[in-house]
Write a protein of this length. Sequence first.
Length: 224
Amino acid sequence: MRPNNTQAVFDATAATYDRDRMKLIPGHEGFYAAALELIPADAKTIVDLGAGSGLFSAMLHAAFPAAGLYLIDFSEAMLELAKKRLGDAPNLHYVLADYSTVALPEACDAVVSALSIHHLEDEGKRAILGNIYSALRPGGVFVNADHIAGPTAELEVTYQQRWLAEIRRLGATEQQITDSLYRQQEDRRTPAELQLAWLREAGFADVDCWFKYSSFAVMTGTRA
């Protein structure tokens, strides 16, 4: 198993991450909108795994301003960006930790993750699902908006070719593309169908992929 240098990579690229992100996610409006729409309307406690610079967390806070929001990330540089973005409201909780090893808050209405879990090895992806399931209250929802692999080697090549063509059309610079490819060295992307099967194995009900745009997908499961 090759070493996982994700934390070091994101610490190193934190300063430019927000500037680059929207140009590097084709269909990002629908991607994030789909994730937000799947969170229970009455959610009071939400946990964001791999919150990073707080881009999705800010959307969550705007949509659920009264909810207790836990931002968990292992990059101090990224979490500092999140604090600058969201501020210090009493219902915002910043947790500097590796979410794959730390205990999660209990009785959550939603656990979400945006573009983070694909950095885990497959065994880590499967293991975190049990922790997420236990953290949710009955009826609570896990929403994983993530970067996925193609189901075949041929489709994976197509995904990458489409991604490069579309981000250039969106105006991404060659430096932004180079930086993104540098970060992608630490990707451990997995096909959506396999991840949906793991959700069912972990006990989740109503498992589905609600949004998919090439290699970007929003997958959910509900604690029965």
